[in-house]
Design a protein around this ligand. Structure first.
Ligand SMILES: [Zn+2]
Length: 89
């Protein structure tokens, strides 16, 4: 991810506006995002958005079917525990 763009974890819109980039703001969703970990975003309303591929890459894992499934299952366990999580990728 380039430092000069912000891509919305919900709708996928990429902004080059420096204000949007600085505040992780999506003009399409009108939401401010907070990045918790690589590939993991909090939308400020209690829902986590997880980009599995970005999560793997950001944590130094190889992206393949096995690691993708492993991480997806880890997050799905948290969904089962009642956490509000939206998984993409
Ligand atoms: Zn958006």
């Amino acid at each position: 991810m380039s430092a000069s763009t912000f891509t919305c974890p919900s709708c996928g819109r990429t902004s080059h506006n420096p204000h949007d980039v600085e505040h992780s703001y999506c003009g399409a969703c009108h939401r401010h995002w907070r990045q918790l970990n690589p590939g993991v975003w909090d939308d400020g309303m209690g829902v986590l958005h997880v980009d599995i591929d970005a999560c793997l890459i950001g944590n130094g894992y190889e992206v393949n079917e096995q690691t993708r499934r492993m991480l997806t299952e880890t997050w799905l366990e948290l969904v089962d525990q009642g956490m509000q999580i939206e998984i993409v990728g």
